[in-house]
Design a protein around this ligand. Structure first.
Ligand code: ADP
Ligand code: ZN
Length: 806
């Protein structure tokens, strides 16, 4: 029914950002018709109000009582027909309502919003005197108007009182329209009249503040940011207004420019490609020249020069007048990537990640749409960047779980989306990794992806030697004797060290030595993390905080044992043990500020400290030639996860961390501490043997029918009452099994069982796992289950190809 081209007499299909799979039809007023296209945001009537939606197609069908589009919000489309196809695929594959997919991909505050505001009329309240709720609400509204949504939320039991007030006319509702954010603002200020002594004197007499501003601005011929002016001349606000009125100064728009502090870009000479790099580039160039889609798996050991391949590809793309998206797996890695790309491509490069302000995001998004930034470096959602002419997508460290969105719909994989988008836009996709995901390597083996190998490090540098330390034989449970010795050695040699703590969740907690109790989060099924600095216990899942108790809440004992090993604890240990050591800590807590991760990285690289200590953030991607020792405090944490990817993750993580050393002329060494030294994931990472690991792992996957031999879906049910989740999970499983039987599909259903994290943010959680050989069968079943199964107070999440099994 839907068509892509608008012809006379057609109606528009509009997708609204609502949790429904429905599309709505609207007629197109004549005067708007010339601007109507796929991707145009429009303002349309919906029920009693108006909302923002997006044109996603056209049809000849005219439903009874069809309403007309009210306004066009932007005459430039928010997405191209190809990008719309990507959205539709995501919506179908990940079972997410299409409007929510679009909403997740465009910057916030670009829509028209209507809010209902409630005002009070000054009048005698005699009609409501006997209703205390109405009276108090009326008095509140007399002070200031409130939004109806706020009232409904804050005074949920006041509904009758509210209606009474409306009936008596003491209050009334009024719709307030919020327009889309303009992005660009007039935030520059400059003089319109050059400096004249006579004018200055005149001003000085009557308005000294104005004179001061006049003098200040006269020294800056091209104007200055308002903020700068206000910072330099105190209390200047009124005086600036007055000068504007007199026509002495004026405001102007400063063109947007992304500012990345602490970045000093130095031009470097382009290196000559190695033989392996050249071979790889030939394959990529070939696809580019023929303008055909192809996905490459760039399998190159750590330090083999994968980034140079990315750079050369980008160069080709720019020559063709096209654009490229480069996805990076962690914000902490963007510093390095932005630096090398800026050095080569200057202002064509933009950083598009989640830590931008709304305004920056809007400006950058608009710039991308206009073709101003053909080189985009970003996190997951940058895969939706509205580039006018896409040439290539590059996914660095393609195996990383961060490319899969979790916790919030759509649960999409940016990597899989990249492959699809590249295919739709006839672009090239490059998946790079030293430790490819089992799925991607399997795809390369089957010929679905083209394999490019970089088997050796640049300049014939050797991969570091890895020593595995059996912690069962050590006295100290944090630091083995070898690790301590090596650290001492590096301190005397003035070489750098990276220490990696594999800590996801369970660490750094308080245990009562008398009764064994450890304080747990009252809302989640986890122990609370102890933060020594502020003496707080914090939940890393829901943010709950409480003071660390002085005595045990159960037995009143006062002897606590600080178990686990968070980054802060290790930092303290190091400072005590090696007094002259200078430590930089990089973890969630130390990188909260917008640019903190960059500052820490550059600080360490410049040699301001000797040891970089951190979590996953320090494990990947960094290219730091002075690091000659990498220590892994405990390799086992991820190995013990109840997840079929646990071995793969452990292998990847260890190989990646090991890859952080030996990147310069000084060589490198790795110490891995573990309680499971014989495990193949650990043994193969010692040998840097990806293919050895892969061969073992793929056998296990085959035997157990796990991906890539099957597709998985995980259904998570959440509710406040355990009984409710339990019963609902049983019912849903029953329904799913019925549907499967009716269709005659071959799908395995596992569960329902409580999730490993049974309680999170106050909700009980159960999950069901579905396994099937063929794609899209599971979706068909779940779509129909989703339509038939609704229970009040219950939330259900459908996670296709899940990465997170907790
Ligand atoms: P990877 O991403 O594969 O771990 P990098 O791309 O970080 O490796 O490359 C490692 C180092 O080698 C970088 O400092 C890079 O500048 C350098 N390099 C890459 N290619 C070449 C080359 N052809 N000749 C010389 N140096 C190179
Ligand atoms: Zn919690």
């Amino acid at each position: 029914m839907a068509e892509q081209k608008f012809k006379e007499g057609m109606n528009a299909i509009v997708t609204l950002p609502l949790p429904v799979f429905k599309r709505y039809i609207y007629s197109i007023p004549l005067d708007l018709a010339p601007h109507i296209k796929i991707g145009i945001p429009v303002f349309v009537p919906f029920g009693k109000r108006n909302v923002t939606g997006y044109i996603t197609g056209f049809c000849r069908e005219t439903p009874e009582g069809v309403k007309a589009i009210k306004e066009i919000i932007d005459i430039q489309p928010f997405f191209s027909p190809q990008l719309l196809e990507v959205f539709s695929w995501i919506s179908n594959y990940y079972l997410t309502p299409p409007g929510l997919v679009i909403k997740a991909s465009v910057p916030p505050r670009l829509s028209i919003k209507e809010t209902v505001l409630v005002f009070a009329r000054e009048d005698s309240p005699k009609k409501i005197l006997n209703n205390s709720q109405a009276l108090s609400l009326y008095q509140k509204l007399l002070k200031r108007p409130l939004s109806r949504n706020y009232i409904r939320w804050k005074y949920s039991s006041f509904l009758d009182a509210y209606n009474l007030l409306l009936r008596t006319g003491l209050i009334y509702e009024k719709i307030k329209k919020t327009l889309p954010s303009g992005g660009a603002m007039k935030d520059g200020v400059t003089l319109t009249i050059p400096f004249e002594v006579s004018l200055f004197k005149r001003l000085s007499g009557k308005a000294p503040k104005q004179a001061e501003i006049y003098a200040y601005l006269s020294k800056i011929p091209n104007g200055v940011r308002k903020q700068t002016l206000y910072a330099s001349v105190k209390k200047a606000y009124t005086a600036v207004k007055a000068l504007e009125k007199k026509g002495i100064l004026t405001f102007f728009t400063i063109p947007f420019e992304q500012k990345i502090p602490c970045l000093s870009v130095k031009k470097k000479k382009k290196p000559r490609l190695t033989q392996a790099q050249k071979k790889g580039m030939d394959k990529i160039r070939n696809a580019l020249e023929q303008r055909r889609y192809e996905t490459f798996l760039l399998f190159g050991v750590t330090g083999s020069g994968k980034t140079e391949i990315y750079l050369r590809t980008a160069e080709e793309i720019l020559k063709m007048g096209k654009g490229v998206i480069i996805l990076v797996s962690e914000v902490s890695l963007t510093a390095q990537t932005v630096e090398v790309f800026k050095a080569r491509f200057g202002d064509s490069v933009v950083l598009y990640h989640s830590r931008l302000s709304d305004r920056e995001r809007i400006e950058i998004w608009r710039g991308i749409r206009e073709g101003k930034y053909p080189v985009i470096i970003g996190a997951r959602f940058a895969i939706f960047a509205p580039l006018p002419n896409l040439g290539a997508i590059i996914i660095d460290e393609e195996h990383e779980s961060t490319y899969k969105q979790k916790g919030k719909e759509p649960f999409y994989s940016a990597r899989d989306t990249a492959v699809l988008r590249a295919r739709l836009e006839k672009a090239v996709c490059i998946l790079g990794s030293a430790t490819p995901s089992v799925e991607s390597f399997h795809n390369a083996q089957k010929g679905k992806y083209t394999l490019i190998e970089l088997p050796e490090r640049i300049d014939e540098r050797k991969l570091p030697s890895v020593k595995i330390v059996d912690m069962r034989k050590e006295k100290d449970y944090l630091f083995s004797r070898s690790l301590k010795e090596k650290i001492k050695d590096r301190i005397t040699k003035r070489e750098q060290i990276i220490l990696f703590i594999n800590r996801r969740g369970f660490s750094n907690f308080l245990v009562c030595r008398d009764c064994g109790l450890s304080p747990r989060c009252p809302f989640c099924d986890v122990t609370l993390t102890y933060h020594r600095k502020d003496l707080l216990l914090k939940c890393h899942h829901c943010g709950h905080e409480e003071r660390a108790p002085r005595s045990c809440p159960a037995c009143k004992g006062t002897r606590f044992f600080y178990a686990g090993m968070g980054t802060q604890r290790i930092e303290r240990y190091l400072e005590k043990e090696f007094t002259e050591l200078h430590v930089v800590r990089m973890d969630i807590d130390s990188t909260k500020r917008k640019w903190a991760h960059m500052e820490l990285f550059f600080k360490f690289r410049e040699g301001e400290s000797d040891l970089l200590l951190g979590t996953q953030m320090v494990a990947k991607g960094f290219d730091l030639p002075k690091v000659t020792l990498v220590g892994v405090i405990s390799a086992d944490t991820t190995l013990n996860f109840p997840d079929f990817r646990a071995q793969e993750r452990t292998f990847q993580l260890l190989t990646q961390v090991a890859g952080r050393t030996g990147r310069g002329t000084l060589g490198g060494e790795v110490i891995i501490q573990t309680y499971a030294p014989e495990h193949y994931a650990i043994q193969e990472s010692k040998l840097h043997n990806y293919e050895g690991f892969y061969r073992k792992e793929i056998e296990i996957r085959k035997e157990l029918n796990y991906p890539p031999f099957s597709r998985l879906a995980r259904i998570i049910l959440l509710a406040s009452e355990e009984q409710q989740v339990h019963t609902s999970a049983d019912n849903l499983t029953h329904l799913i099994k019925e549907l499967i039987k009716k269709k005659g599909y071959k799908i395995d259903v596992l569960g329902p069982v409580p999730c490993p994290l049974t309680r999170l943010k106050g909700k009980y959680r159960y999950h069901i796992l579905l396994k099937c050989k063929k794609p899209f069968l599971i979706q068909k079943i779940l779509l129909s289950a989703r339509a038939h199964f609704k229970t009040k107070g219950l939330r259900i999440m459908y996670d296709i190809d899940p990465f997170d099994m907790m």
